[in-house]
Design a binder for this molecule. Sequence first.
Ligand SMILES: [Zn+2]
Length: 138
Amino acid sequence: MSVIDDYGYLLERAYSKLQVRREAKPIDLPDLDIDYAANKTIVKNLQQISQRINRNPRIIARYFLKGSALSGAINPSGALEIYGKVSKKSLQDLYRRFIQTYVRCPTCGSIDTDMAKKGKIWIIKCLACGAESTVEAI
Ligand SMILES: [Zn+2]
């Protein structure tokens, strides 16, 4: 094996390790804890999610309500009540999209990010790599 081959091999190996790590790291996101009552869909662990992803529960709630085209409110115990039935799958899709758009750093994939509001634009700042990106306000 020549030096160049060696180097290429090492690079490739380093790269594939990086890939694996990035994909295999399931990022300890809490799953949605969903309950159904009467004509409501309840996301019981809104506060827990909010803390983990460092986003205001009101923003997450607004995104879920908008995405399911229903009204709702955060109840006194901090859970999100959606006035209507929303399937688990739809909520999980919304949750995934929210993370992808408003939480995850597009540069390094970390979800340890901060968000600052600047009118209609929100700035997401990554605490892992320092990259800043902007998204449209919800
Ligand atoms: Zn980053």
